[in-house]
Write a protein that binds this ligand. Structure first.
Ligand SMILES: NC(=O)c1ccc[n+]([C@@H]2O[C@H](COP(=O)([O-])OP(=O)(O)OC[C@H]3O[C@@H](n4cnc5c(N)ncnc54)[C@H](OP(=O)(O)O)[C@@H]3O)[C@@H](O)[C@H]2O)c1
Length: 281
């Protein structure tokens, strides 16, 4: 598999095409910076946007989408939009209601992907039934989960009628998730990286810098290229135009097998975000 273009897609197990690359908007508050970031990403060729109800920014994301589509001269169908149901809304009726609320805030009539944000024990199966209903009714193009470990997936699959198409998890050179990725590959579930840049904490890493120098690229670009060559969908966040451009400029070089192994070797099973087996929200 070789991803050659910012708009290249992976085909999910239901046939839906999802861009390998997108923009994330975690911690970006409502306001012009948010609207501009989304719009800027779309005008620079991004075709995927990742938000969540808990980010409390779906209205601005929706506005950025409208402006971006207009400026880029593309239709809604050419964009892939993801949102997520928050923990307090997990339940059959409440998840369906949460989906309606997200759509309304985003100003959209469907999402491309709707995810269960966290695997809250005792709650995610009812929420999954709701996602299955939305999917079967044709109201959402694909459904998936986030922060699911292997045992969460195994448990969900016992009762699921439809397999999740995506599992979005923390993933970067300090947390390479090899076992989870192998499990997901076996099941046909596409892995997607959140905090691919480890929230900026890896950008002065010596080994990564050396590899970056060899390719005359930045460390951020090396990490994002490593995601793609590992067949992981990636959604780096930036609100700065020059970084939005920089992050997406990863289609004109290739990491060697040795470089891929060196980066894989930086794994320490280290998380910057909450542990899916031990969270209290
Ligand atoms: N499912 C989940 O539970 C979950 C959890 C966390 C995140 N996510 C999703 O994943 C997306 C990405 O993760 P993230 O936002 O946590 O972290 P990230 O993408 O790893 O890192 C974002 C940080 O890196 C900086 N940055 C971005 N590009 C850069 C570059 N080229 N050079 C230097 N600094 C750069 C950004 O600052 P500037 O904006 O100032 O450029 C920001 O501070 C989120 O936005 C969200 O959509 C999902």
């Amino acid at each position: 598999m070789m991803v050659n273009n910012l708009q290249d897609t992976t085909t999910l197990h239901n046939g839906v095409k999802m861009p390998w690359f997108g923009i994330g908007v975690f911690k970006v508050e409502e306001g012009p910076e948010l609207v501009n970031a989304v719009k800027t990403a779309i005008t620079h060729g991004y075709r995927s946007v990742d938000t969540a109800a808990i980010y409390k920014n779906e209205e601005g994301v929706g506005k950025g989408i409208q402006e971006g589509l207009k400026e880029a001269g593309i239709s809604r169908e050419e964009l892939f939009v993801t949102s997520k149901v928050w923990n307090t809304d997990l339940g059959y009726e409440s998840t369906i209601a949460a989906y309606e609320t997200s759509l309304k805030k985003l100003g959209l009539d469907y999402l491309d992907l709707y995810l269960i944000h966290w695997p809250v024990a005792g709650k995610y199966k009812d929420a999954w039934r709701a996602l299955e209903t939305l999917y079967k009714e044709g109201r959402v193009k694909a459904i998936g989960v986030s922060n699911f470990q292997i045992h969460h997936l195994e448990d969900l699959l016992k009762d699921a009628e439809i397999k999740p198409m995506v599992n979005q998890v923390e993933y970067h050179p300090r947390l390479t998730q090899k076992e989870l990725q192998a499990f997901c590959q076996d099941q046909g579930i596409q892995l997607e990286a959140w905090s691919p840049l480890m929230q900026g904490q890896l950008l002065d890493h010596e080994v990564l810098q050396e590899i970056a120098n060899k390719h005359t690229k930045t460390v951020a670009q090396v990490i994002l290229r490593w995601d793609l060559q590992n067949e992981v969908v990636t959604i780096p966040k930036s609100t700065k135009e020059h970084r939005i451009i920089e992050n997406a400029n990863v289609f004109d070089f290739e990491l060697t097998k040795e470089e891929m192994e060196i980066i894989d070797g930086l794994n320490e099973n280290h998380r910057v975000g909450p542990d899916p087996d031990n969270f209290d929200f």
